[in-house]
Design a protein around this ligand. Sequence first.
Ligand SMILES: [Zn+2]
Ligand SMILES: [Zn+2]
Length: 229
Amino acid sequence: MYNMNMIESVIALFAPHSCLSCGDEGQLLCRSCWPKLGSPLASCCYLCARTTDDFTTCSSCKSISSLNSVRLRTKYQGIAKELVRRLKFERAKAASSIIADSMLELVIDQKSVNQEQILVPLPTASSRRRQRGYDHSQLIARRLASSLGVPYRPALTRLGQARQVGSKKIDRLSQMEGAFRIKFGAQVKDKDVLLVDDVLTTGASLEAAASCLLNSGARRVDALVFARA
Ligand SMILES: [Zn+2]
Ligand SMILES: [Zn+2]
């Protein structure tokens, strides 16, 4: 957090925020350009794209998925792509706020916000986090959690960083996707988990995290993702 704030303030010394779309000074995405993010994507099974209710995984994909539903805010293109790029390389805090606020539209009608629900960020690979000094999915998840009034619980950690040394690239990739564990002391038993991530590509990481949570006693895992690549 310290690193990020420091970087943010140093950048702010040199340049005020200007809108990604129209260039107006003030915010990273101004209110009049906000609609350019588009409406939330239509409800469907995230694996086969069949139309479903409430973004649930369809009955045929249920057998291979640990996720009850995956809600996607937008496609990974245009302004959304630029926001994610900022999130990773500069203006992280401003970008994460915009991303989190836009994701609120995914759950605005959700009746299922309940006492047993927790919001868990999908952890970024720790080598990348070390380079940047912060975890961008945590920034998004924290803000979403406070807006939704759902407890924020960074319960997952990635494994396998050390074991990757010397393995073939393909092994490294599959280890990275597959390796999650529950942090010591984190309580996920009987919880309904909302997993949060910025970009969905294959969904392999999300599935691995969801199955880790279910194996540790979580009751149900749903996901909120900003952009679909
Ligand atoms: Zn604008
Ligand atoms: Zn399906």
